[in-house]
Design a protein around this ligand. Structure first.
Ligand code: UDP
Length: 324
């Protein structure tokens, strides 16, 4: 019997790549999204397929899906700092109420449940690189808390369903990921820099650019998530690329890649912006036999090729500070 998987946040960046992956593996895929930050364009190539269904629904409200489900992957959530600052309550609701509803559905369907957690559970980390047993350094009332605490609650309730109801659960902690289908105006550093380079605008570095991130190409992430789903490991697992870089050096790489002659300008660092971030992926290596394969050079090239196709009008429409 072909297995059937529900993917929430299906029209988003990660959700749509997951839909593609599961369809390619021969699964039946049910996509769900309320299209607040997602875009149906990311899924339009799947609509003609018999194995793909889509429901426009906000999972913070009761979720009903007819028929059997083998897996539920909960990826619905605003995921970039400027998004969750614009819609903080929805962000908290989809992580808390949405997760509760989907856990209930998983219990009803006897489906295995995987949640998209995040490196943000480590907050502004005092341990480097971040291992899964680090409990984090999160400001519970700061601007990022609506995302970070929702994700921490999501982990807690998922574990509770596992221990109390015996539900099969998996928790992936996702580090910065990039690739085609990111929104140019989602505010994250890669689309921000590439968009600025393509429009001929200066690149905006927040703070002095000494903060670090470690960027993982989307296909590597999706492969890691799939392996975790099929594993029997219940504790959280980091999936990310440990190749760490400062934001200043990252800006230089984008300038070189795009051949842009723009300069870099400095803006204030947002409150509670993590100073350093790098996943320790020992667990993923050992348990899942997984590690990233796509170098930043290769991944950035593919991503740039994707954004280069945008028309001048699309670039203008996706200028930052325009409403999504
Ligand atoms: N950043 C930046 N310029 C921008 C957008 C982001 O310097 O135009 C910085 C941001 O302050 C952070 C890093 O880049 O230190 C990564 O930001 P992003 O929003 O991509 O992800 P997150 O902070 O959630 O890791």
């Amino acid at each position: 019997m072909t297995k059937r998987v529900l993917i929430t946040g299906a029209a988003g960046f990660l959700g749509s790549h997951l839909c593609d992956y599961f369809i390619a593996k021969g699964y039946r895929v049910v996509g769900m999204d309320n299209l607040i930050t997602g875009d149906l364009k990311n899924l339009e190539h799947l609509f003609p397929l018999e194995n793909f269904e889509f429901y426009n629904h906000d999972v913070s409200n009761y979720v009903h899906v007819a028929g059997s489900l083998d897996y539920i992957l909960h990826f619905a959530s605003p995921a970039s700092p400027i998004d969750y600052l614009k819609i903080p309550i929805q962000t908290l609701k989809v992580g808390s109420l949405g997760t509760h509803n989907l856990l209930g559905l998983a219990k009803e369907k006897k489906a295995r449940f995987l949640i998209a957690s995040t490196s943000e559970v480590y907050g502004d980390p005092t341990v480097h690189p971040q291992t899964e047993d680090y409990w984090g350094n999160v400001n519970p009332v700061g601007p990022r808390s609506v995302y970070d605490e929702a994700k921490r609650f999501q982990e807690a309730i998922t574990m509770a369903y596992h221990t109390f109801h015996g539900l099969e659960t998996r928790i992936v902690r996702i580090f910065n990921t990039y690739g085609p289908r990111m929104r140019l105006n989602d505010g994250r550093v890669l689309p921000a820099f590439i968009g600025q380079a393509l429009r001929g605008d200066d690149l905006t570095i927040f703070g002095d650019g000494s903060q670090t991130r470690s960027f993982c190409y989307v296909s590597d992430l999706v492969e890691g998530i799939y392996r975790l789903l099929l594993s029997d490991y219940v504790e959280p697992v980091n999936i990310g690329n440990p190749d760490e870089i400062t934001i200043s050096d990252f800006a230089d790489e984008i300038v070189k890649l795009t051949g842009s002659s723009q300069k870099v300008i400095y803006h204030p660092l947002p409150q509670d912006d993590p100073k350093q971030r790098q996943p320790d992926i020992s667990k993923a290596r050992q348990l899942l036999n997984w590690e990233p394969r796509i170098s930043r050079k290769e991944g950035l090239k593919i991503t740039y090729e994707y954004f280069k196709k945008f028309t001048a009008k699309q670039l203008e429409e996706t200028k930052l500070n325009k409403e999504f």
